[in-house]
Design a protein around this ligand. Structure first.
Ligand SMILES: CC(C)=CCC/C(C)=C/COP(=O)(O)OP(=O)(O)O
Ligand SMILES: C=C(C)CCOP(=O)(O)OP(=O)(O)O
Length: 306
């Protein structure tokens, strides 16, 4: 009976994610309206990557964290859009010839393959800067100015030199010759887990989270973000290109040192399990009104095959 209930609960997750994706995409369009006074190729190139699909995991975490505290989805949506803009910019830039030089992303040609390198760089820049504009939209929906300010500050912190950009630079520098697992952990924590930590705490902030709740959500985000990136490394070795919407074996082509390279596939899978359990334990310390959705999302994203 318990197993059956668990399965039916899980089956509700896909519509939940789908619904948030639809709402977020509608809201995203309002941040890039058709008639605004911007070169049309720039808007086109931004929308090309933003609307190419993607799992929308970071926006889902923003909303789920807000709702786990009893907060409003509407008030959290501008922040969900902001983090998806930052994430999308990071993928557009990550795919550039100067970085991973990838041809496919989200099942489509990469941005620079369609619009050229200069526009891809500028579309990424525009997505990053416009994200801060979008995030402030939560104040018009009842989020206190102090909370909005903390969200904007956190976005700069988690996406910037001490966050995602720092992790990406360490990733590029470490492609060859990395000898310590601790270095790889640093890379994964910053290039990937930091945006998960931002999403969870920012969503929680829109719902008036306490410092204790924010701290527990940071620990949850850090563990689950690290597990997510290790799963991404695993899928680069054993995943299906059609499901993933991007090429596999790209890490080995770039001679990237990954978890499977360092500790092997089986140990990497065990590490994903260990981190997921640790993330769930942290979640219990957040004293949320309802933490079940966040737990389900955690399971979904580490068990995914796409
Ligand atoms: C500042 C920048 C550009 C940040 C990029 C951050 C990031 C998580 C890239 C994708 O990582 P990946 O290369 O491991 O994933 P994928 O296999 O999806 O390319
Ligand atoms: C951090 C990594 C592994 C980059 C890809 O992230 P996602 O796998 O969340 O990409 P989309 O679904 O948003 O395309």
């Amino acid at each position: 009976m318990k197993a059956v209930k668990r399965l039916s609960e899980r089956l509700e997750l896909k519509p939940y994610i789908h619904h948030i994706s639809v709402q977020m995409e509608q809201q995203l369009q309002t941040f890039l309206p058709a008639g605004w006074d911007v070169p049309s190729t720039l808007t086109e190139s931004m929308l090309y990557s933003l609307m190419a699909g993607g799992k929308r995991l970071r926006p889902v975490f923003v909303i789920a964290a807000a709702e786990a505290l009893g907060g409003s989805r509407e008030a959290a949506l501008p922040v969900a859009c902001a983090v998806e803009m930052v994430h999308t910019y990071s993928l557009v830039h990550d795919d550039l010839p100067a970085m991973d030089d990838d041809d496919y992303r989200r099942g489509k040609l990469t941005n620079h393959k369609v619009y050229g390198e200069a526009l891809a760089i500028l579309a990424g820049d525009a997505l990053l800067t416009h994200a801060f504009y979008a995030a402030t939209g939560c104040t018009a929906l009842g989020v206190a100015p102090e909370a909005a300010l903390a969200i904007v500050r956190d976005l700069a912190e988690y996406a910037g030199p001490r966050g995602m950009v720092g992790g990406q630079v360490a990733d590029m520098q470490g492609e060859q010759g990395m000898t310590e697992l601790e270095q790889l952990r640093y890379i994964h924590l910053h290039k990937t887990a930091d945006l998960f930590m931002f999403s969870l705490t920012a969503g929680a902030r829109t719902a008036g989270a306490t410092e204790q709740q924010l701290d527990a959500l940071r620990r949850f985000g850090s563990d689950i973000g690290l597990a997510f990136q290790i799963q991404d490394d695993i899928l680069d070795v054993i995943g299906d290109e059609a499901k993933l919407g991007k090429k596999t074996q790209s890490d080995s082509k770039l001679q990237k040192v990954t978890y499977p390279y360092f500790i092997g596939l089986d140990a990497s899978k065990q590490e994903v399990e260990r981190l997921t359990a640790s993330a769930k334990a942290a979640l219990q310390e957040a004293n949320l009104k309802d933490s079940r959705r966040l737990e389900e999302i955690a399971d979904y994203l580490v068990q995914r095959d796409h």
